[in-house]
Design a protein around this ligand. Structure first.
Ligand code: KG4
Ligand code: ZN
Length: 356
């Protein structure tokens, strides 16, 4: 990452990052895009658990309630005032419009009040910059292949330089995390499903069920909806008394085996495609980011198969947080980006449309 220099001495760049794209209200103070002074996350998991997924209106209302205290806490934990900051970065998209607008407006208010620059950040770029947090080993040699696997996205991106991306492929239906969450629900596991499913899968046999892999040959695209249906079909066969597959399963269902076999199918496709991209584009590194990058089976399989080093965030930085927003914001700030107070949220913002 570039450094701001003054008479040969690098000046620290401190940013407040704000993240409200989905169901976490988060604020963080980060120095030079990598030193975390505070990283506050107010999770809404318990609010959405009864719905088995994020309820957009409930999420927006909770963001409004907690955004002020979360920002105050991030500043006080960092022992810093707004006037000590160099810029304010907030997630602009992609995400839920009603949630994004709360974080972006909070950032605008603070930036305007303190006369600081505002930086609108792409949430997917922020996930990638979670890999630079706490890191001492700059600079990176490009190109880098990036596998972004979260609850809302599954994409393979070719990173050509800081801020320059080419999308190689993406999911045509469910995101990998969404598939984990839906199958976990089917198996009666608690929300959010990904970590719960990974836990029970440790006691299961990955080869117990041969679930389908959607290879979509000749592309870097993914499809997970058929896999989810295949798990549902097996559950219904084993317990025909369950009608829609929405009621909790009865005792006797081989949950660890089903979970391990499902996870193996997801990991198989993600690893095969990511490694194929690394080879085709002669990548120097493979970056893996987003909530599903916390998955141990995925990390292990990627490390075993990749011909180049695999870089993953520390577990607490895999899922949504504001430190990654501040890190991406710092790179954009140092590259000269300054956004106007008129910018709006971009709920469908893709990485490929970002310019260098
Ligand atoms: O990146 P993230 O916090 O939010 C989005 O931007 O979507 O990702 C959340 C997703 C959820 O679907 C969650 O189930 C999944 O990441 N996840 C996992 C694991 N930890 C979180 N999936 C599989 N294994 C895990 N250990
Ligand atoms: Zn995310």
């Amino acid at each position: 990452m570039p450094e701001r220099k003054s008479k040969g001495r690098p000046q620290p760049v401190r940013l407040l990052g704000i993240e409200t794209s989905c169901d976490e209200t988060a604020a963080a103070v980060v120095e030079d895009g990598r030193i975390i002074h505070s990283n506050v996350i107010a999770s809404q998991v318990e609010l959405h658990a009864p719905y088995g997924g994020v309820f957009p209106e409930v999420a927006a209302r909770r963001h409004i309630e907690v955004i002020g205290p979360v920002i105050t806490q991030a500043l006080s934990q960092a022992h810093i005032g707004v006037s000590d900051l160099d810029a304010i970065a907030a997630t602009r998209g992609p995400g839920l419009a009603g949630s994004l607008v709360i974080g972006l407006n909070a950032a605008k208010g603070l930036a305007l009040g303190a006369g600081l620059p505002l930086i609108g950040v792409n949430h997917l770029e922020a996930h990638l910059y979670s890999l630079f947090l706490l890191d001492e080993t700059h600079p990176v040699t490009f190109p880098v292949v990036c596998l972004i696997v979260s609850g809302g996205h599954t994409e393979i991106i070719l990173m050509l330089d800081h801020g320059r991306y080419r999308r190689l492929g993406a999911t045509l239906d469910d995101a990998a995390g969404e598939a984990f969450d839906k199958v976990a629900r089917l198996l009666g596991l608690p929300y959010p499903g990904g970590p719960a499913l990974e836990r029970v899968a440790r006691n299961g046999r990955a080869e117990a069920y041969r679930f389908p892999r959607a290879w979509l040959e000749g592309t870097y695209d993914f499809s997970f909806s058929g896999l989810k249906t295949a798990v549902l079909r097996v559950v219904r066969k084993l317990q025909p008394e369950l009608k829609a597959g929405l009621e909790p399963p009865r005792p006797g269902l081989p949950i660890p085996d089903l979970a391990a076999s499902f996870q193996a199918a997801v990991v198989d496709v993600l690893v095969t495609k990511a490694v194929q991209a690394v080879k085709e584009f002669e990548a120097t590194q493979l970056f893996v980011a987003g909530g599903v990058s916390a998955n141990g089976a995925l990390r292990e399989a990627l490390r075993a198969a990749s011909p180049c080093p695999v870089r993953t965030p520390t577990p607490d930085l895999c899922t949504d947080n504001a430190a990654m927003v501040a890190a991406a914001g710092a790179a954009r700030f140092l590259a000269g980006q300054r956004d106007s107070m008129d910018i709006d949220v971009l709920p469908g913002w893709t990485l490929a449309t970002l310019s260098g």
